[in-house]
Design a binder for this molecule. Structure first.
Ligand SMILES: C[S@@+](CC[C@H](N)C(=O)[O-])C[C@H]1O[C@@H](n2cnc3c(N)ncnc32)[C@H](O)[C@@H]1O
Length: 317
């Protein structure tokens, strides 16, 4: 037991080795078997230290090794950008600022405030807005998760009953892409921060930049709000909901998609700690989301389970 405890203290070294490999594009460059010497020369890296990293990646089963040559395996193939099911940016997402926020989690526990904000001097999304490449990497990470998570959404909800659907805080548009593939006639509108919208490559949807704290344009019969409310405390979440309410026509529909702690078997405490450190928020129960929405004027209609983690809560104006 004590030995396992000692190993547990340094478990994060495994993730750090893998995310460093992503940062250095090692997996892209090891789709063909190579020696350390070859790779070090190609990428201008220190051969001795690279050799340590490659052996560590082999030790944690992220690289195969034959004689002196290293090569990606079925796991690390997912960490190459060209893989259609890539999770490279999802992997990178949890290093750098996220890790720094976690290292200062004690601040959040003492004060109830975001350790990210304490260290970086501003809220997470304002910070990202100042660094285009960090914002892009974050959005790509969210998109990689979203592509998997929302695959069956259009099978569960018949979005064709709405003339138009707007995804508010929809990032790089994974949900709308899914809806368009299955229901091409639904008019789709993506709303997110202007710098996010500027880089969305999808062409068969309408794209609008703005802030959901200011005004959400009156564009659609239905609004999707997915993994948005969990980023914010109650006061901010209510403001987003108020603006959604104002944007919808009478009898309009709001779909809130979130990890609801009371609807799943998985304990969300660690995810909630992450939200506390990053943005002074936490993962709520469905009853708390329903209360927030009802307090803004929405009427709860029904709910459907989306996947292992997420539930779709449906409201009417
Ligand atoms: C956690 S991500 C969720 C993305 C996507 N809905 C999903 O489920 O994968 C939160 C989204 O809210 C957007 N966002 C943050 N602040 C915003 C604001 N003030 N106005 C509009 N969108 C905002 C972010 O850019 C990001 O795309």
């Amino acid at each position: 037991m004590k030995d396992n405890l000692k190993l547990f203290f340094t478990e994060h070294w495994k993730y750090m080795a893998v995310s460093t490999a992503c940062k250095l594009n090692l997996f892209e460059n090891l789709q063909k078997a190579k020696t350390t010497k070859q790779l070090a020369k190609e990428l201008s890296l220190n051969e001795e230290k690279l050799n340590l990293l490659l052996n560590a990646l082999h030790q944690v089963d992220f690289l195969s090794k034959e004689e002196d040559c290293f090569k990606t395996n079925s796991l690390s193939e997912f960490l190459t950008e060209s893989n259609p099911e890539s999770l490279k940016f999802a992997c990178l997402n949890w290093s750098s600022e996220h890790l720094t926020a976690w290292q200062n989690l004690d601040f959040s526990i003492k004060t109830g405030k975001s350790s990210f904000e304490e260290i970086y001097g501003k809220p997470f999304f304002d910070y990202l807005n100042d660094f285009p490449e960090k914002l892009h990497a974050y959005q790509k990470a969210m998109y990689e998760y979203a592509k998997d998570d929302y695959k069956i959404l259009p099978d569960l909800i018949d979005f064709s009953k709405h003339k138009s659907v707007m995804d508010v805080g929809g990032g790089y548009g994974a949900i709308l892409e899914n809806i368009k593939t299955k229901k091409p006639n639904v008019e789709c509108v993506l709303f997110d921060l202007p710098k996010v919208i500027d880089r969305v490559p999808i062409s068969n949807i309408k794209k609008l930049g703005g802030s959901f704290f200011e005004k959400i344009p009156n564009q659609s019969e239905a609004i999707v709000l997915s993994r948005v409310l969990h980023d914010w405390n109650n006061e901010k979440a209510k403001l987003i909901l108020k603006n959604c309410f104002e944007a919808l026509p009478n009898n309009g529909t709001l779909y809130v998609i979130e990890n609801c702690s009371d609807k799943i078997k998985i304990d969300l405490s660690l995810l909630s700690l992450n939200m506390s450190a990053m943005c002074e928020s936490y993962e709520r129960a469905s009853t708390q989301y329903i209360l927030l929405c009802e307090n803004t004027g929405f009427q709860f209609h029904s709910e459907t389970k989306l996947n292992e983690l997420q539930t779709i809560l449906i409201f009417k104006k």
